[in-house]
Design a protein around this ligand. Sequence first.
Ligand code: EPZ
Length: 421
Amino acid sequence: MDKFIINGGKRLQGKVQISGAKNASLALMPATILASGESVLYKTPELNDVFTMIKLLNQLGIETEFSNYILSLNTNNITSQIAPYEHVKKMRASVYVLGPLLARYGYAKVSLPGGCAWGPRPINLHIEGLKKLGAQIELEQGYIIAKSNQLVGAKINFDKPSVGATGNILMAACLAKGTTVLNNAAMEPEITNLVQFLINMGAKINGINTSILEIEGIDELKPAVINTIPDRIEAGTLLVAAAMTKGNISIEGGIDSHLYSILSKLEDSGAKLTISENEISIDAKDIVINNVDVTTGVFPGYPTDMQAQWIAYMTLANGVSTVIDTVYLDRFSHVGELTRLGAEITVQDNSAIIRGVPRLNGAKVMSTDLRASASLVLAGLAAEGTTEVLRVYHLDRGYEKLEQKLKSLGADIERVSSPEF
Ligand code: EPZ
């Protein structure tokens, strides 16, 4: 069990490269199932959720090679269409294999994801969408069993935009007979990256970057290549870390149009931002942190995956701020740990009220999920004294070498193995 030991108070300064987007890779990898042959995903981040997905795909019979951020996947010899509980319980994104396996083989048996650190995670929108495409779906001993001799195009309206359901149904529709229209589809950049990859595979998809996707099903897709987009949540996390430590950093490789909501909130808080061709720079050297309210929403709104990081930031703001999460109504497991560092936060339903304090003081805190652990690291970087962040395996799921990146920016942070659980 690793932990981080952070001696806070160091301003972050310098340049850092953004890695490929975890949530793009986790959709692109299963998409390769739709075609027989070798696909190549460039700029794939080396982080634990990617390795978990690789293990699952290997179990299906897919051969993979992964080095220098280049992930190749050979789907010539898929031997199983079953995604077992031990994989899916570790990572909900495993459910992304459902649509592609069903579309290519007419059968898929995928474990229900179960709950996760912050509550139940339904997949009703995935199941309803596949049924609309003509699949027979049964639930048996915690597994979804999906069957179809031939999926048929349909008009599908999502009650609410869902990244995963959009990805799953989109992938299945590529091999359905006839036309599918997905209305109220998710517009996250990771979905756009997936749409582009499917088009590279020969899929006929109109409406990229919009909430209405029209897919003309075809008989066969071909393997293809794609560049994974940069991780907007890693970029946002590092920018907030710079603001919290009154530093000034430049992030390289980010795409500003993926970050507008975050950049705008950082400017409202008093940070100075400069956007150039391949760099986004933040200067917070003289910042007096303004209290800034945030309400999360689907893209292009402020991302829920940056909610915990913003709460950490606002603990040091002048005045009171409110953070409302409209995507997940109970994603606040980081609040209890932040108060151990001296933060003053109260949670009411899906809102957190943060009363800024002059400083945070280092303490031992416990990670509970991926973005919660990121918020604790940020708070530790800004706190006075030493903070220990336990169970950083949560962090390793979604950030590539975060402590090395922070250290290169001047943070005093060490990863140590710890017998403490
Ligand atoms: C993706 O999860 C991301 N994960 C999440 O990032 C992210 O928080 C989420 O999208 C929202 O942006 C990956 O891409 C691998 P959703 P996903 O379906 O697809 C409800 C991280 O930290 N819902 O868009 O599972 C759901 O409960 C992770 O990197 C249903 O009700 O999210 C939630 O309230 C965490 N029924 C809302 O929709 C369904 O069938 C959005 O979920 C599906 C979802």
